[in-house]
Design a protein around this ligand. Structure first.
Ligand code: SF4
Length: 395
């Protein structure tokens, strides 16, 4: 059994390759795969493309492995921005309107390492977290409740596999609130390393693979979805959409470089046409404690905070090929994501035409009734109850 250690120190990895192969071999199942943003800049490391984006070759490899549809978690990252951005604006506007009870700062919720840490150590912050599910889980909910319907099959006959840079995503997929009638929205979650093993087992010459594109409709994404894989990327993607929705004006720049970087704790203020929006960012849970302490004490100056558990964000995730603390490699992965973003024809989540048609044909509006049912979640107090030690009463 393949076992690896998560850098968050909380989890170990069990291989689910056999589960994936069984699903692909079952003729009664339609098997779809989604790949997280950071996977495309980690996967190539074992094949001579260290730190570089291998999106097109990865898609070809996944098709050759036998997946029926090759989709992109970046699509769900765009969807996350629609929901989380709407939630942020709702809270901001309520605060501007004088609502003293509104919970600010809004804290991001797409990192299960951070969510689990919050539930165990700071459950009092649960109401600060966005209720938006992570992109992995949003994808699963849309695949099972929308795409299965489009195919005319029962959701139980659709197997959703995710390829993640992350060991904590396996535990996230297994949470009971992300299942319906015993059928998980995401059936199997594997890591980037497991996908690299599968490609090698299948005897593919990765370097010689031609490049291909994701399937539609759940494979189309904007540059905003791509940068989710790097620290600061989630909040930058949110700002691109929230600014235009709030001000009803087009951004005069798309790159918010003040939100980027590798410092463990960063902050920036973005001007929303006269309204200063203060943003805090931390990667690595030790760094996050600094921002968390201020929120707990009621002294946080921020309106929104992004927290990612791993160094550099998901590009440095526990399921990626080992970076062994090599900051240069993490920077290369980050730069590759921003380069992919820069080359995308669309770079704001709300401009994704497939996201627009998903709302028009199925969901209704962001944070509407169906979105709340399918795309939002709640958090639990998992703080261990400390019992007093029993006194030795030996006589
Ligand atoms: Fe997973 Fe780490 Fe990314 Fe969090 S930062 S989602 S723990 S890979």
């Amino acid at each position: 059994q393949c076992v690896a250690v998560c850098p968050t120190g909380a989890l170990s990895e069990n291989s689910n390759i056999a589960d994936v192969l069984r699903a692909i071999a079952d003729p009664s199942k339609t098997v779809v795969v989604q790949t997280a943003p950071a996977v495309r800049v980690g996967l190539g490391q074992d094949f001579g493309f260290s730190g570089r984006s291998v999106t097109g070759k990865m898609v070809t490899a996944l098709r050759r492995l036998g997946f029926d549809y090759v989709f992109d978690t970046d699509f769900a990252a765009d969807l996350t921005i629609m929901e989380e951005g709407t939630e942020l604006l709702g809270r901001l506007n309520a605060a501007i309107g004088g609502d003293k009870g509104v919970k600010l700062p809004l804290m991001t919720s797409c990192c299960p390492g951070w969510v689990s840490f919050m539930e165990k150590h700071f459950p009092e912050l649960a109401d600060n977290l966005s209720t938006a599910k992570s992109p992995q889980q949003m994808f699963g909910a849309i695949a099972k409740n929308y795409f299965a319907q489009k195919l005319g099959i029962d959701r139980k006959d659709l197997v959703v596999v995710s390829v993640m840079p992350c060991v904590a995503k396996k535990a996230e997929a297994a949470r009971p609130e992300f299942s319906r009638d015993g059928d998980p929205d995401v059936n199997i979650s594997i890591t980037t390393r497991e996908l690299a093993h599968m490609i090698r087992f299948a005897n593919m010459d990765f370097a010689l693979l031609e490049e291909d594109d994701f399937d539609r409709p759940l494979g189309e994404s904007t540059g905003a979805g791509v940068i989710f894989g790097a620290t600061g990327g989630v909040i930058e993607a949110a700002v691109r959409t929230a600014y235009e929705v709030q001000t009803k004006k087009p951004l005069d720049r798309i790159d918010f470089t003040e939100l980027r970087g590798m410092e463990g704790v960063r902050s920036a203020t973005v001007d929303f046409d006269g309204t200063p929006v203060r943003i805090g960012i931390a990667h690595g849970l030790a760094n996050a404690r600094q921002l968390i302490r201020e929120v707990v004490n009621g002294t946080s100056p921020y309106h929104a905070i992004e927290i990612m558990a791993c160094p550099g964000g998901c590009i440095g995730g526990g399921g990626q090929p080992y970076h062994r603390g090599d900051i240069r490699l993490l920077q290369e992965r980050t730069e590759s994501l921003y380069a992919e973003d820069a080359h995308k024809p669309l770079r704001k989540s709300h401009e994704n035409p497939y996201i627009q048609s998903l709302y028009r044909d199925f969901l209704g509006e962001p944070c509407g009734h169906l979105s709340h049912e399918l795309l939002h979640t709640r958090y639990y107090n998992r703080k261990p109850v400390v019992k007093p030690c029993s006194t030795n009463t030996k006589k």
